[in-house]
Write a protein that binds this ligand. Structure first.
Ligand SMILES: NC(=O)c1ccc[n+]([C@@H]2O[C@H](COP(=O)([O-])OP(=O)(O)OC[C@H]3O[C@@H](n4cnc5c(N)ncnc54)[C@H](OP(=O)(O)O)[C@@H]3O)[C@@H](O)[C@H]2O)c1
Length: 252
């Protein structure tokens, strides 16, 4: 972890990070990365996986986990309070939890569209608000990273509502960065497709098409994304309001 600083307008390196959807996939890789950089982690998902539970058991003073549905905003607020009692003030947020889509817009039920928007966009904005109210009161400054997607920048069939939520979050990133006048650094990481439970709906043919269209000729892996998270949480880069795309150049 890089040195913290009291210099005005410099946001210190994160010391305690709230991660939504930290139970598996990219979110779990983020939990491990934050711990490896010496910071504490509060992570939640609907199901606490054995991997996440193990991290808490091995680091009871540095890791707090809970089973929380992100769409239950009261439960999220309680989780933040309970986590801070154990870990101390939380000064960074990684909005990673999301659900995917694999259906043409014509065939996606209104209920499913609402589910995707309320989980990926509305709930994420509410977590951000709850985190900021906590961090403003306890620390006064902090860092926020929204995990979005290349789907917000390029068209992908079968991902209309999902893409809308990710584009909405990228737009929120810019406006929140402007609104907070540097007290919170707010950025998006937009990955290309990587193997996970979410992307398991993609067939081999779709994956090889994406690979073929990617200049580096390989799909992104979580380990390609964690260095950017590390930079945004721990380094003094002055990067603010940006979308950092990590996709091997597939979207250029
Ligand atoms: N995989 C890709 O190709 C890809 C590409 C670009 C961007 N992304 C983005 O990367 C992030 C991580 O995706 P991933 O591929 O690692 O997905 P994943 O393996 O499906 O993991 C999603 C995480 O979010 C949690 N989650 C989902 N719904 C939730 C809810 N209602 N309340 C609380 N937690 C919830 C899941 O846990 P529970 O189900 O137990 O709640 C899990 O921990 C997402 O924002 C995704 O949109 C993924």
């Amino acid at each position: 972890m890089s040195e913290t600083t009291n210099e005005p307008n410099v946001i210190p390196a994160a010391s305690c990070v709230l991660i939504s959807g930290g139970s598996r996939g990219l979110g779990l890789a983020f939990v491990e990365e934050v711990l490896a950089n010496g910071a504490k982690v509060a992570a939640f998902a609907r199901t606490v996986t054995p991997e996440l539970q193990q991290l808490m058991d091995a680091n009871p003073e540095r890791v707090y986990v809970g089973s929380v549905d992100i769409t239950d905003s009261k439960a999220v607020t309680s989780f933040i309070k309970d986590a801070a009692k154990v870990l101390g003030p939380i000064d960074a947020l990684v909005n990673n939890a999301a659900i995917g889509q694999d259906s043409l817009h014509l065939h996606t039920t209104p209920e499913r569209i609402e589910d995707i928007i309320s989980t990926n966009l509305t709930a994420t904005l509410l977590v951000t608000r709850a985190f900021m109210r906590h961090a403003m009161a306890k620390v006064g400054k902090g860092r926020i990273v929204n995990v979005t997607s290349v789907c917000a920048q390029r068209g992908y069939s079968g991902l209309v509502a999902y893409s809308a939520t990710k584009g909405g979050l990228d737009a929120a990133t810019r406006s929140l960065a402007r609104e907070m006048h540097g007290r919170f650094l707010v950025n998006s990481i937009a990955p290309g497709f990587f193997a996970s439970e979410m992307s398991s709906v993609l067939g081999t043919e779709q994956l090889s098409t994406i690979t073929r269209r990617t200049p580096t000729n390989r799909l992104v892996e979580p380990e390609n994304i964690t260095p950017t998270l590390r930079m945004l949480l721990f380094e003094d880069t002055n990067i603010n309001g940006m979308v950092l795309t990590i996709d091997g150049g597939g979207s250029i």
